[in-house]
Ligand binder design. Structure first.
Ligand SMILES: C[S@@+](CC[C@H](N)C(=O)[O-])C[C@H]1O[C@@H](n2cnc3c(N)ncnc32)[C@H](O)[C@@H]1O
Length: 230
């Protein structure tokens, strides 16, 4: 196993612990604004099964579930899924949703099973994002979509006093999470390496409230949002 893969493996344990330390809800309730756009894109293309991978503690599940006949929330963290379960209950979505432990590198789902995948704030944390994107592309059905983001160097994390640069555009944050930031040409290189063409790559900016115990201040994110139609 490569050293980088080991970092991804140990991050899975760290993430799970973060959801305990973060008490009830690590990221806070407001959905990221792009979740609404993705939900509408999936609905407009007739999506039946929509998957939020990773769903984390569920902030985007109610938005993604509003039009989806079947909603899957998936993550490697059991603790996160426990919090997501409560989010689904509050949103009245339990009867048409499932929560699954899923690793984005190896989902174990058959080819062409999901109609829309929302992959938010994961690829920048992975040391082999091309491998994960190929896996997401494998499980989405022809005509279905993957919507995923990757942070730019303008993202708030780059100027966080607790993050350390280990090589150009690659940082380790105070939770020991790997964080990779992308310029526009890096996105093209990434998609080329994955062997997958994007329908659209656009810049998104949004603000988030403090995440207690993780990033204790209001902050501004900036990401490339990649929309892929299989
Ligand atoms: C920054 S959070 C984002 C969660 C959610 N997308 C959101 O916007 O709130 C990253 C999530 O990725 C999960 N994760 C880490 N490695 C993973 C992997 N290999 N496969 C699936 N999920 C993973 C973590 O457990 C964590 O919940």
């Amino acid at each position: 196993m490569k050293l980088d893969s080991l970092r991804d493996q140990s991050a899975i344990v760290l993430w799970n612990d973060a959801y305990i330390n973060g008490a009830t809800n690590l990221w806070g309730d407001p959905p990221v604004p792009y979740a609404e756009k993705a939900a509408r894109l999936f609905a407009d293309s007739g999506a039946f099964i929509v998957m939020d991978l990773p769903c984390g503690d569920g902030r985007n599940l109610p938005t993604l579930g509003q039009f989806a006949p079947v909603l899957i929330g998936a993550d490697t963290s059991e603790n996160a899924l426990g919090i997501s379960q409560k989010v689904l209950e509050r949103a009245g979505l339990v009867r048409r949703s499932s929560l699954l432990i899923v690793d984005a590198y190896e989902t174990r789902l058959p080819d062409n099973t999901v109609d829309g995948i929302f992959c938010w704030d994961l690829l920048g944390h992975l040391t082999e994002p091309e491998r994960a994107l190929r896996e997401l592309h494998r499980i989405v059905r022809p005509g279905g979509h993957v919507v995923a983001n990757m942070w730019t160097m303008g993202d708030c994390q780059v100027s966080d006093p607790n993050i350390k640069e280990i090589s150009p555009k690659i940082y380790i944050d105070h939770f020991d999470f790997y964080c990779r930031f992308y310029d526009r040409e890096d996105i093209d290189a990434f998609l080329g390496a994955a062997g997958i063409a994007a329908e659209k790559v656009e810049l998104a900016r949004w603000s988030e409230p403090p995440h207690v115990g993780y990033r204790d201040y209001e902050h501004d994110h900036e990401s490339w949002v990649i929309t892929i139609r299989k």
